[in-house]
Design a protein around this ligand. Structure first.
Ligand SMILES: CC(C)(COP(=O)(O)OP(=O)(O)OC[C@H]1O[C@@H](n2cnc3c(N)ncnc32)[C@H](O)[C@@H]1OP(=O)(O)O)[C@@H](O)C(=O)NCCC(=O)NCCS
Length: 195
């Protein structure tokens, strides 16, 4: 796997997930309020460990073109891992995925103790910038369940627009909720970003 530096923002550091993040991941991936609008139910410790191992393998196999990275969101003031993010254009690097190579998907979550302080926007904004400026991404997609107001406002604040609507019947993750796919093009982002 290629080496790349972590991303530092005003209050956060985003770096690739590591085995040492297992305890932190267990704390929020098992939390009902954190996973309510994610594609899975609260995870057991074993399930979280398998998820982490899977993400590490995918990062390891990533190439310049086809990638799948999991990020630890670290609060710089304390060093605590308060959430995780994901950027990917294929589920199984280096196999091409269903997403064109110049497009990518974005995911993010924080432990509920850290919601509502702007950390989500700060972390997601940093990953958007990284995808556009470091990975040559042209279009970023993010899927959001309709009732997830915080995530929808976060995306809209970063300039994302609604791209496609999926009914509750079309939900493949067993949550039975309608969802939106949001989209942000690099050209639109350049116009609104601060640099
Ligand atoms: C989605 C999530 C990352 C947002 O992070 P956050 O740090 O709490 O959000 P921010 O403080 O950056 O706020 C982003 C926007 O959402 C709004 N918001 C935050 N919490 C909200 C809530 N509970 N209800 C409604 N709006 C909310 C903020 O006011 C802000 O909007 P504004 O800029 O128009 O004022 C966080 O709620 C989370 O981790 N949720 C659980 C996991 C999840 O759902 N991930 C996304 C899957 S698509």
């Amino acid at each position: 796997m290629e080496l790349f530096p972590s991303i530092v923002t005003e209050r956060l550091e985003l770096r690739l997930l590591a085995n040492s993040d297992a305890d932190a991941l267990r704390r929020f991936r098992s939390h009902p309020d954190a996973v309510r609008y994610l594609s899975h139910q609260p995870l057991t410790a074993g399930q979280t460990d398998r998820l982490l191992a899977d993400l590490l393998t995918r990062a390891e196999r990533s190439t310049a073109e086809w990638f799948h990275f999991g990020w630890a969101v670290v609060l710089r003031s304390t060093g605590a891992v308060i959430g995780d993010g994901r950027t990917w254009n294929t589920a199984e690097p280096p196999l091409p995925g269903s997403i064109p190579s110049r497009s990518a998907s974005l995911g993010y979550m924080l432990h509920p103790d850290h919601h509502g302080k702007g950390y989500g926007s700060e972390a997601a904004g940093a990953l958007v910038r990284w995808l556009f400026t470091e990975r040559g991404t042209h279009t970023i997609y993010a899927g959001v369940y309709e009732p997830n107001t915080a995530s929808r406002r976060l995306l809209e604040g970063l300039g994302f627009a609604q791209d496609r609507y999926f009914t509750a019947d079309q939900d493949t993750h067993g949550k039975g909720l309608a969802s939106w796919r949001y989209r942000l093009n690099r050209t639109g982002w350049t116009l609104t970003a601060d640099g």
